[in-house]
Design a binder for this molecule. Sequence first.
Ligand code: SF4
Ligand code: ZN
Ligand code: ZN
Length: 314
Amino acid sequence: MLTCQRCGIRPATIMHKPSGLRLCSQCFLDYIVERVEKEVKRWNMLKPSETVLLAVSGGKDSFVLLDVMAQIHDPSKQIALSIVEGISGYNREEDIEKMKKYAKERGIDFIRTSFKEFIGASLDELVKRSWEKGVNISPCTYCGTLRRRIMNYYARILGVDKLATAHNLDDEVQTLFLNILRADRMRLIQSHPKAPVLSEKIVRKIKPLRKIYEWETALYSYLKGFRFQETECQYIYLRPTLRAKIREHLYRIEDAEPGTLLRILETMDSLLEKVVDLHSNLPKLPTCKKCGEPTSYNRQLCKVCELLEKIGFY
Ligand code: SF4
Ligand code: ZN
Ligand code: ZN
């Protein structure tokens, strides 16, 4: 049997196609931790003295975020936040409890909240209301917009320095293409790790897993014995389709040319860095006239208020 190309001792069980390395399980796990740490340092995402809120769901990416961050940053400076959307059959109490247990075992505090607690309605209730009113907005739009609002709100009131999400490499490259196809220059700039923070009400977001493939987070979780949430969200089939199409194309290219996603993100990182530097003096964002949270330029209402108003929730 061939031996691992990193330790040269244990048998190789994993072919890491993007790097061409044959690895044993332990070296694969170490390799992921090293790459996350390198990316965190490269962009100065988190200084040793800084505190961070980890946004976690019950999925594999969240588990990897929790597990790796506990190894590379002082756990007492971290808090995990779980947001229950309120989707029947999907948000299971046992998954939340499991994540809480993992966090506690790693010395990380855990808090939970929900859409219901935050705005007074679950996602299911919002979607029902939207359908009744004939408003054609995907459940994922309500879900994503509210999650972002809640994460930032908690990061701000807890007074942490950074807010970490579990976006992986696949998510990041899909988002890049989405923004390119929509010619959304502002979002392209904002997706960069050095993007300016445009309001004192916004806590800087960091994405420590941005150079880790989705298949790697799945394998890492599996090797660590983490059994992730198997139930699918009932709204998954109503997801906006452009991202799904981009995802399909990217999988095919990556399969034929392993390492493509990494090369795309690295190239865009260096190209966008120059653009971000040129935009370091952008004016601060205006605030929503209804709730006082930051909103995009030239807007009166923020996205949350706009959505809730459309379905007569306000
Ligand atoms: Fe939310 Fe859409 Fe994901 Fe369901 S599929 S959890 S609605 S983003
Ligand atoms: Zn090895
Ligand atoms: Zn608002």
